[in-house]
Write a protein that binds this ligand. Sequence first.
Ligand code: ZN
Length: 466
Amino acid sequence: MTSKVVLYARQSTDIQQSISAQISALMDWNNKHLGAEVISKFTDELSGKNTDRPGFIEMKSFLKDTQADALLVWRYDRLARKLIDLVQFLDYCAHLGVKVISITESLSEENNSYAMDKFQISMLGAWAEYQRKVIKENQQIGFQQKYNEGRIVSSQVPYGYRWNEGEVIIDEFEAEIVRKIYDQYAQGLGYSRIADQLNDAGLLNRNDKKWVGARIQAILKNDFYIGQVTSKYGNKNRHDVPIISMNLFYTVQSLREAKQAHKKWVVRRFILRKKLICPYCGTVCTPQHTLNSDKTYYYYRCARTSSDGTSHCKGININASDVEKEVIQLINRFVHSDVTIEKIQRQLEKKNSSIARANQQKEKNLLQRQKLILLRYEKGEINDEQLSAALKNVRKRKQKLKFEPLIPENIIELLDSQLTIDKVPTLADFILYQEIIEKVLVNPKKEITAIYLTGIPYNILKKVDN
Ligand SMILES: [Zn+2]
């Protein structure tokens, strides 16, 4: 039972998110999920120095002196900038029996779905990626708060309209383009074709930007154009300046649904999905198919061309089974060459012996620690309970020592098999090649120029001499 909680909020430099927004989110969350008594709140304002956090220091000593069950934060990054500091702090709280709950990051679904322990945090892996996520969601809370306070969010007024002193008015020039987009889609044109036509006609998007498929799609599904407004409480209201008729709008929606349903029909597994790079613009290629008389043709096409049109990249089309077959043959040749096998073995030995050395050192340190604990016990500095807890801790750490080969096991396993691929790849093929292939480069003549495999830091088509 969690009956007493402490709240902590910190303002940070990279986002506009007030302390009051964080605190009110924490209060709401507590009311909804715990219903616990809030015994104290601590906050830190924005300050020049990162280390200057009086609220945090006060909170730490408060937790030590007071019986609290949990500490609530908006995100773990409120508590520390560095992963190592965070882990240390979580240790501190675990020691005091205080659960640390991040109300927006529930990684663990077991036992307690909101508390995250340090092992899970280290599993988060790249701190950078964690931070990126944090920044994104923080922007969302800023937006949410503006919205709750009843302030107008300018992004509510879509293309085709203007916000004029508290009133929505039609922008005739833009509205004409919106109508054109709906008409063309109803006539059977796809998103990127419509974008192409507008760009070719010199009708640019706002800020003189070129049209892209995603923008066309967004316009085609926005019901603001038929007079719908989603209010701040999620209710639908109406405005009285629609641009598109209900009839046309719903025709377009059913067309879009029909096309999506058709897409789901294609079940071919493209093993080079997101791996093949367009030689013209460097974007990944995306799986495509066309129906020609009775036959379906499968190919990879530059994702930018596919979504945004040829005015963004002239694009490349590559026959799917041809390129797949060639890539697999090349990988097969690489994996089974004497040089590679020898190299893999040598690297493995080298890496493993260095890991073994490091592990030996760690083991030594653990033994040292164990000795120290026993010594303190003998001197009467710690009691029976503390002794057994400390020894258990040492054992746990010992179990965590692991060997990790440099060349990923999934590639080493390929040494035992000859690689081939059928015209229609199986699910096993798809999983295997998606995992081991990092990137495939082709030139404008559609010749394969480079293949990068996961965990191997060089192009396997380059002769490696050593
Ligand atoms: Zn391209």
